[in-house]
Design a protein around this ligand. Structure first.
Ligand SMILES: Cc1cc2nc3c(=O)[nH]c(=O)nc-3n(C[C@H](O)[C@H](O)[C@H](O)COP(=O)(O)OP(=O)(O)OC[C@H]3O[C@@H](n4cnc5c(N)ncnc54)[C@H](O)[C@@H]3O)c2cc1C
Length: 389
């Protein structure tokens, strides 16, 4: 476990390399992807080929063997360039469950392919339409039948299925009535998606506010080999929780990247746009909200680095990871709102990208975890107040 300095020359080199790669995918590229509601395949391919999405996979399996601090710098820079990590971030962190809890055989079988990009593991099926955030009530069931599990149930908002070879699936393997703690009896499986739609899995895309490929999924007697169970049966919920801190930190970094993008856009426009014979940024009514949003963003950025430092040095990071996600999502949303306001009517014009990024950054208040759930973690687990649900 190492204490990585985010201002080291290595981190700086990563920033420059990502900036260089992202500069090939400019505003026109993202506008075209958005206009056709398509997947930014060329962009994801370029990131994969350069090895950035394999940052967290250990070198022995062909990955970069980087820390969460360094991985967070990668995702921050992607969003800071005007791109959207949502298309590809899952390839970076979903494999964490396999890495931490998979058997050596599973790791050797899958991780090298995930590292090279030959296998895309960027779909993670947790959310369900009836139970929502109450994950322990998961209704999708996986019943053991010899050397297979038979899966029945429904998931919703499952992203990037059409652009994944593998999916991590959370399902209940012991009925709620037969367990002592509601967090028990859930298991995670690696599902091969390549032939899944012919074997009992149905996928229905959900049109949504951002250009984010996401779906409803139905399992009807869908078979998963027992060999694809990750770790021990019944411990899946804990395995998922184990990956949450890293995910929170990485998502916080994406928000930070968005925030800096908004601030840069806003200050340039405030300097250039002349109204009443003066740059609009000369008016403190325009300047101060940008300055305040910048201050909040810098503060959130510090919490993200502190969370990443604790995580990378093997110390408890739950409080800081959640605080970082909360503060960063709020800071990027504030920066987005201020940027839109600074642009006036032009903020609504597609050609400036502000409205797209505004929609994209709003999502972080809800997914992958909603703000209220983070507040409830802080209230209960950090501040010791009564449990609410
Ligand atoms: C574009 C997009 C992509 C997504 N991708 C994925 C994916 O790949 N995989 C996946 O598994 N999920 C995915 N999700 C789902 C996402 O994680 C959930 O939408 C999110 O966790 C909130 O759950 P919910 O929508 O069921 O809200 P609900 O649980 O129905 O909650 C609705 C609102 O009520 C609040 N609320 C609920 N209970 C409480 C309480 N006790 N106290 C206070 N507030 C409460 C919530 O915070 C939320 O704001 C995605 C969602 C979107 C929109």
């Amino acid at each position: 476990m190492a204490d990585i300095n985010p201002r080291s020359s290595e981190c700086q080199a990563y920033r420059l390399a990502i900036r260089d790669l992202c500069s090939r995918f400019d505003s026109a590229y993202w506008q075209q992807v958005e206009e056709h509601s398509s997947y930014p395949e060329a962009f994801v391919k370029a990131l994969t080929e350069a090895g950035w999405l394999a940052a967290l996979i250990p070198e022995q399996y062909g990955g970069g063997g980087l820390s969460v601090t360094e991985a967070s710098v990668i995702l921050e820079e992607i969003n800071r360039s005007g791109a959207n990590s949502g298309a590809c971030h899952a390839q970076m962190y979903i494999m964490g469950a396999l890495l931490r809890h998979g058997s050596e055989e599973q790791k050797e079988r899958y991780l090298p392919g995930i590292a090279s990009g030959a296998l895309r593991l960027q779909s993670f099926a947790v959310t369900e339409p009836t139970t929502g955030t109450d994950t322990t009530r998961t209704r999708t069931v996986a019943t053991r039948a010899g050397d297979r599990y038979i899966v029945n149930g429904q998931k919703v908002w499952i992203s990037r299925i059409q652009h994944s070879d593998l999916m991590l699936l959370l399902a209940r393997t012991t009925p709620l009535a037969e367990i002592k703690k509601k967090t028990e009896g859930l298991s995670i499986f690696l599902v091969d998606l390549r032939d899944a739609e012919r074997q009992g899995m149905t996928v229905r895309p959900i049109k949504n506010m951002v250009n984010h490929e996401t779906n409803e999924v139905f399992f009807d007697n869908f078979e998963v080999p027992a060999a694809n169970l990750i770790g021990e049966e019944g411990k899946g919920f804990r395995y998922i929780l184990d990956g949450m801190n890293a995910e929170r930190i990485l998502i916080a970094a994406e928000c930070i990247g968005d925030g800096y993008w908004f601030i840069d856009k806003a200050r340039h426009y405030a300097n250039e746009r002349i109204v009443f014979d003066r740059p609009i940024g000369k008016n403190q009514g325009v300047q101060f909200p940008i300055a305040r949003a910048y201050a909040n963003l810098r503060a959130a950025d510090l919490m993200r680095y502190e969370a990443a430092r604790l995580f990378d040095t093997g110390q408890p990071a739950g409080a800081e990871a959640n605080l970082a996600k909360l503060l960063a999502a709020d800071a990027s949303w504030e920066a987005g709102n201020v940027c839109l306001q600074t642009f006036g009517g032009f903020g609504f014009a597609v050609e400036y990208d502000v409205e797209r990024k505004f929609r994209e950054t709003r999502l972080y208040q809800v997914a992958p975890i909603s703000t209220n759930l983070i507040l409830s973690f802080i209230g209960e687990h950090v501040l010791g107040m009564p449990r609410s649900f």
